[in-house]
Design a protein around this ligand. Structure first.
Ligand code: PEP
Length: 255
């Protein structure tokens, strides 16, 4: 049974007050497409203002510390995200795994802290080009999933498959490669959580745009998208919401 599509924008280190009008425009468009769940993960500095600019819309963060509080200069914990109005967080994005040396066990601890606090949580996984060229993409990502998955309540868990070589490059994984990887991730989710693993949404991320979204959403086990560059402007993001809405027409919604 298809799951309701979940389309999330990742603004990365982009966004100041002048960009809040894009948040409002995206939220208004999302409200007109109730068949799709949508959200925007903005910089921490913008969360509270984004929530005010888009009442009722899902605003998220791009990282969270695994501890509840303490001497961790520059970090933000789950309670702080809730306090700012966030209801969603991305953990384990490849850019953080790379530049902040986050390991699977760190990602798992963050996911557990986020889910424990009640934040919807997207755990990112994905292989490098060298790994794909070596024919080890499925094995590598499966191992990443196994080691990064939280051992906690998973009602608000999603997984994003983001091949690193497709992020911000304009290159998109082929439908066959996406299908193969999402099937492998689904298998790992069911191995970890039993039948509940069938209800965890698996998003694809990597140069998703209005022009390729319909083809990606048609791939089995693609339950949404994590979108970087094309989420910064409503004019680019709304066509992706439209493609998701078209793909789920008639499909039963999940909670
Ligand atoms: C991302 O930031 O997670 C991402 C997929 O970026 P882009 O859509 O720009 O490739």
């Amino acid at each position: 049974m298809p799951l309701k599509k979940f389309v999330v924008g990742n603004w990365k280190m982009h966004g100041v007050a002048a960009d809040l009008e894009q948040v409002t425009a995206i939220a208004e468009a999302a409200a007109e497409r109730p068949g799709v769940d949508a959200g925007l993960c903005v910089p921490a500095t913008l969360i509270e203002r984004a929530v005010r600019a888009a009442p009722g819309f899902t605003i998220g963060a791009q990282d969270v510390h695994h501890l509840e509080k303490g001497a961790h200069t520059g970090d933000v914990c789950a309670a702080m995200l809730h306090d700012a109005g966030a209801s969603l967080v991305i953990v384990g994005h490849s850019e953080r795994r790379d530049s902040h040396r986050e390991r699977d066990e760190d990602v798992r601890a963050k996911a557990e802290a986020a889910l424990r606090s009640g934040l919807a949580t997207i755990v990112c996984v994905g292989e490098s080009l060298a790994v794909r060229d070596a024919g080890e993409a499925v094995a590598t990502v499966s191992a990443q999933v196994d080691a990064s998955l939280p051992r906690s309540d998973i009602a608000k868990l999603s997984v994003a498959y983001e091949p690193i070589w497709a992020i911000g490059t304009g290159k998109v994984a082929s439908p066959d490669d996406i299908e193969e990887m999402h099937a492998a991730i689904r298998e790992r989710l069911v191995a970890a959580y039993g039948e509940a693993g069938r209800h965890v949404r698996i998003l694809y991320g990597g140069s998703v745009k209005g022009s390729n979204a319909a083809e990606i959403f048609a791939v089995p086990d693609v339950d949404g998208a994590l979108v970087g560059g094309a989420s910064l402007k409503a004019a680019d993001f709304v066509p992706i919401l439209d493609a998701a809405a078209a793909a789920v027409e008639g499909a039963p919604a999940i909670a």
